[in-house]
Design a protein around this ligand. Sequence first.
Ligand code: ATP
Ligand code: MG
Length: 573
Amino acid sequence: MRATETLISTLREVPADADIVSHQLLLRSGMLRKVAAGIYTILPLGHRVLLKIEAIIREEMNRAGGIELLMPIIQPAELWQQSGRWDVYGPELFRLKDRHERSFCLGPTHEELFTELVRQEIRSYRQLPLMLYQIQNKYRDERRPRFGLLRGREFIMKDLYSFDIDENGLDLSYRKMYAAYNRIFTRCGLDFRVVDADPGAIGGNDTHEFMVMADTGEAEIVFCSACDYAADVEKAPCPVESQTAPAALQPLQRVRTPGTHTVSEVAEYLGIPAEQVLKILMYVTDDEPVAVLVRGDRSLNEIKLKNYLHTNVLEIADEEDIAGRFGLPQGFAGPVGLGGRVRLLADNETKNLSNAVAGANEPDFHYRNVNYGRDYQVEDFADFRLAQEGDICPKCGQPLQLKRGIEIGQLFKLGTKYSKAMGANVLDESGREIAVVMGCYGIGVTRTLAAAVEQWHDQDGIIWPSSIAPYEAVIIPVGQHDSLQADLAEDLCRQLTDSGIDSIYDDRPERPGVKFKDADLIGYPVRIVINRDSATDGLVEIKWRASGAVERIPKDTAAAYLRHKLTTDDYPL
Ligand code: ATP
Ligand code: MG
């Protein structure tokens, strides 16, 4: 391919409204243009990346037994009414009416349509299991479309739905998809983790999220480098670490701690570690005050507290609330003598804390040697704390690490939720009607593209993994007007292409410096430079985008050499 035959439209300036690196680089490298908030045109270079990601997904879905079809984007409201989601999906659903005032929506996902298809077409257990999928546009009127392709209002998703006669069948389909997703994201060259999205659930594993590790991700993940444990920080269970023998209880002592309003201030004032302090956090939920104890060096996980209280309404108490509803002095509140005045809950870990320091419920005073049971009672102990770096891995005991991640795919066991609501039944072996057991499995295709850039870039531009690069190699003659060099470049491009290396010859009438900059920005894995001497010495210069390594090799062996390098681990991505 010649560059002048396609559309290469790079920008030198960082676009003003692009907030994160992948968005900026996709715009600057000429892969993406904005049409409206969260709605984009994918330009030819970006489209090649997209097609390569889709090809990998398609291959792996087919290998796992998935069968491809294509559903409409416009879906009739009746199906959503049958599943019960028309009224609950909310403003994310793009709704529209036709000229006869009939209601439709633009599909944000396709459970209803797939369930309806199976209801219509599948009669017997003999036709199952079945895994159907499509790769197609989805529409969600996201409250905050942002970060370019990472959170669009129109985006491309691969969605597969599995249909089985029982839970065992579903388990098998789920495992096939789990393996396929691992292969897909590995082949895309991504550094990812699989997060058990509900790690605390007994007999859990009903859903997993695939996360690309990247600093701009919206999710925080704790993961173990020694084993495969990974969990969303907000959901990660925090088992209590085993205790050394409990210390002998010392007598309760009231001490003056003037002006020490925070845990670190009181710890410093008394010369003790923060973990010896009992921190008390005060909330108002459904108009009721509730206080929670956590160890001084820990944070409270509000999601866990909300789940425990079965509420969505949880506000941290402000100064006025603390004085009014709790009747306590801010910064000096503590559990001693609090029983009966407000609901008092405590994180599991605080139970084993002996001779702790806690607020004395009067300004400028704390207690030393506070002990549960003797000095205070609580309504209940539960896991209320936020997982953090250095916590012990619940699976293997090694310390956990913490990083941010971008969700690129999710597996979900639906069970009979949709088949029961919509009457998708089949006859089992004994002729009984049973509801089909379903799973759904999504990959954000456009999000994966952006996540790859978020993960692989440097100050000069994108560093594409070779498997999804728009072209694997770019060929640049230093002297574009030297016909000898131009011919060599064209010839090399043909040779590489013939041997299966996706290549582009940059024949634009630009200075070499501009082409070099664009090559780095666009992120081709290999840059090949032809100069005046190449015609006589037969050598070309190869520069690897990822490592920056430069080598000179004979032009005639370039194809074989690159093929070898790109398909072995020599190319780092
Ligand atoms: P999120 O929590 O990020 O909104 P989700 O849980 O709503 O994602 P799913 O309904 O599981 O997402 O959709 C499957 C996949 O589609 C996601 O894993 C993600 O990769 C992708 N996806 C979801 N919403 C968007 C979006 N607005 N733009 C781009 N991709 C998206
Ligand atoms: Mg969402």
